[in-house]
Design a protein around this ligand. Structure first.
Ligand code: GAP
Length: 471
């Protein structure tokens, strides 16, 4: 296993280039010159992202008896965001440069340029620190930064045909709220008993002041979130159990332990709803270093209490065995889909020094994705584009698709070496080659992506062989 810091092949630049070259992620609105910090997932990216979301859903919803799913809307009643505290609290401290008009997060400037801790500081306190340091604009160098002011990160839009008289609503900045707002309906319709969780996967939107680092900080992104409802006395224990369950997830997606650490939030840093938060941080290569990947928060009864007060609906839970009625507390494990996608690629990316067919030094790029996540589980490759081979290969392709239910690639172009390299680079775990011997021995060669070892397997057994290795 590679060492965390010394022998890592992946850089952000290489991953961005690979994503574009192979159709994982494209810049959004590319033919119009792009729209800054928006991205579209291409054919292979869409497959990888779907595989990730399906695995998460199977792991945390379908395989657990204490979880149910929800698929809430992006638009919600505007009072939801008043109750949740987002209208007042979901702000980032912003400074502008009067000369070049660039915008920066005041807390990031203080932390990154001055090396001081900005957690919990008010905009006035941050302004005082910045003006005392007389910090130049990081973009143009002029000492013309404004004071810090709060900037609400929710995107607004209007429902109704006439903008002036329409209802102003927000694009949700987190998926979490639907799970609180629908708590009562879920209780009434799904026979759940405490402790239980509601999970959902969906888009969230934030008008980030400083998006960037590829898909790490987007203005439109996806979250996989869980609101886990417990008796008020059980919050601390449930928090520990979720900490362990979140750790175990990294093994399922092939992210190395040494690239992940847990960081406890200081009191001043806690969100307005949280009594305890830890971040799972990932060691990104290069200057990014350790950055938040996932979060785990104890939201107490903050949200249910707020929604009860603002909606006037009783959101208490009736505990049949004890006859007690109370507002449950909530533990919230939250996972960003796009960040997961990025770290899975970073951890899977590898380069091997080798020699090409002419004996010249060459580099083999290989994406060592877990077979569960790989876009294609196998590729069927006739050795040459000859009808006697392609006929057998196409029949095998149809059989594998039908009998494994997995996505299989078929490629008869270019020389076999080039085709192997392409499959290595997109993470296909197995290449199945139909050659001239196949016509006699009714067997094929299966090449393993990671070892490049080859195995001869009878045609009739390929589907079963593959099924065993891709779950
Ligand atoms: N419901 C709690 C919540 O939304 P958060 O820490 O603000 O908490 C949860 O976001 C996760 O969503 C993060 O850990 C990260 O994985 C992802 N995330 C947050 N902002 C993001 C952004 N601008 N771009 C991509 N992913 C983001």
């Amino acid at each position: 296993m590679a060492d965390a810091t010394t022998t890592r092949a992946a850089t952000m630049e290489k991953i961005v280039a690979l994503c574009k070259r192979r159709g994982f992620v494209y810049p959004g609105s590319d033919i119009y010159g792009g729209l800054a910090n928006t991205w579209d997932y291409g054919p292979l990216g869409a497959e990888l992202k779907n595989n990730l979301k399906q695995l998460w859903w199977r792991t945390f919803v379908q395989r657990r008896r204490d979880m149910v799913g929800l698929d809430g809307g992006i638009l919600m009643h505007p009072r939801v965001w008043e109750a949740s505290g987002h209208v007042v609290n979901f702000n980032d401290p912003l400074v502008d440069c009067k000369t070049c008009k660039s915008r920066f997060r005041a807390d990031h400037l203080i932390e990154e340029r001055l090396g001081q801790d900005a957690a919990g500081k008010t905009p006035d306190e941050m302004s005082a620190i910045l003006s005392q340091a007389n910090l130049p604009c990081p973009k143009c160098g002029n000492r013309t930064l404004t004071d810090a002011r709060q900037f609400n990160m929710m995107f607004r839009t209007t429902i109704g045909p006439v903008e002036e008289t329409g209802v102003q609503v927000y694009l949700r900045p987190e998926t979490a709220q639907a799970m609180f707002v629908q708590f009562k309906n879920v209780l009434a319709t799904s026979r759940v008993k405490l402790p239980f969780g509601i999970a959902q996967i969906g888009k969230a939107f934030r008008n980030e002041i400083t998006p960037g680092n590829f898909i790490f900080r987007d203005i439109e992104f996806e979250q996989m979130e869980i609101e886990y409802f417990v008796h008020p006395d059980d919050g601390a224990d449930a928090f520990e159990r979720w900490l362990a369950d979140m750790r175990a997830w990294f093994g399922r997606i092939g992210v190395r332990e040494e690239h992940v650490r847990v960081r406890e939030h200081a009191k001043e840093e806690l969100s307005h709803y949280s009594s305890r938060t830890v971040d799972f941080e990932y060691l990104f290569p290069g200057p990014m270093g350790w950055k938040e990947l996932y979060g785990l928060a104890n939201r107490t009864d903050f949200d249910l209490k707020q929604h009860q007060e603002h909606s006037g609906e009783d959101l208490t839970y009736f505990d049949q065995p004890t006859g007690a009625r109370f507002l449950p507390h909530v533990i919230e494990p939250t996972f960003g889909v796009d960040r997961t996608f990025l770290v899975v690629l970073l951890d899977a990316y590898d380069e091997e020094e080798t020699v090409d067919v002419n004996g010249k030094p060459d580099t083999r790029v290989v994406l060592r994705l877990h077979p569960r996540l790989a876009p294609y589980k196998a590729a069927v490759l006739p050795l040459a584009k000859k009808p006697e081979l392609t006929e057998v290969a196409k029949t095998l392709f149809d059989t594998l698709e039908a009998e494994t239910g997995a996505l299989i690639d078929y490629d008869e172009t270019a020389n076999i070496g080039k085709r192997y390299r392409r499959q290595d680079e997109i993470g296909t775990p197995f290449c199945v080659t139909v050659d001239f011997d196949t016509l006699q021995d009714r067997a094929v060669t299966i090449r393993d992506r990671d070892t490049t070892n080859q195995e001869r397997v009878p045609l009739a057994e390929v589907a079963g062989w593959l099924r065993e290795r891709i779950v």
